[in-house]
Design a protein around this ligand. Structure first.
Ligand code: SAM
Length: 215
């Protein structure tokens, strides 16, 4: 098998517990960027016109997984968010009526949801950027100041990666914020995202963390 990525880590980051606990004790705050605020308002108008359970697909890239989730859950809202207008523009035009793709920064969008008191039924985080150097730990989802916000959103949580250490770290960090789950290697019959497809074609092992926040 080819190397999945260049990293100076051979084990979960030594500062993981300290960093996550620090972020729990010092709630993350950042002004919401204008485009994210606009995207949230667009979502809110749709949501309030027809309240339904919400599935969020953060870091959705082109929105392939968002469309698949929307097909699978026609009775729920399925919202995909990505900061890249370029990636989102690659999504084929037609979308199911329960599906919304938005250009937004994930972390302030999560904050907007919690402030509006809108919980999640499920949250998908598929192949977030790995930030493979140990010095980049705080840029990873679970090393980021906004990670504890996920606990306030609740629901089930699935994160996928092609890096075993990232999955291990994510599970450890998730447990610290009240999300119990497990990590396993898996082989999808058909890819859910473009990165999943690429990694499968390269023969990488795929890892997933699947967990649930307690009520
Ligand atoms: C490795 S790609 C994975 C995309 C898709 N989930 C897939 O598996 O094909 C990571 C994506 O996260 C997006 N991204 C990175 N940081 C983000 C953030 N803070 N908010 C929203 N999107 C972000 C990038 O634009 C990119 O599309």
């Amino acid at each position: 098998m080819t190397n999945v990525l260049r990293t100076d880590q051979v084990a979960p980051h030594a500062d993981l517990v300290k960093v996550v606990q620090h972020h729990q004790q010092n709630p993350w705050r950042k002004p919401c960027p204008q485009h994210t605020q606009r995207a949230f308002e667009q979502f809110l108008a749709r949501y309030q016109s027809q309240p339904r359970s919400l599935i969020l697909d953060s870091f959705c890239g082109t929105g392939m997984s968002t469309a698949l989730l929307a097909e699978k859950h026609p009775e729920k809202w399925v919202v995909g968010i990505d900061q890249s207008a370029h990636r989102l523009a690659k999504h084929p035009r037609s979308l199911a009526e329960n599906c919304l793709l938005l250009r937004a920064e994930a972390e302030p969008f999560w904050q907007c949801l919690t402030e509006a008191g809108i919980p999640l039924y499920a949250h998908w985080l598929l192949y977030p950027n790995p930030w493979p150097k140990a010095s980049q730990f705080k840029r990873r989802v679970h090393g980021h100041g906004a990670f504890p916000v996920l606990a306030r959103l609740g629901g089930s949580l699935e994160m996928r990666t092609n890096w075993a250490i990232y999955a291990e770290e994510f599970a450890e960090a998730a447990a610290l914020i009240g999300c119990r789950g497990r990590v396993d290697a898996f082989a999808p019959e058909a890819p859910t995202t473009l990165f999943e497809k690429k990694y499968q074609q390269r023969g990488h092992t795929l890892w997933r963390f699947a967990g649930q926040f307690s009520d």
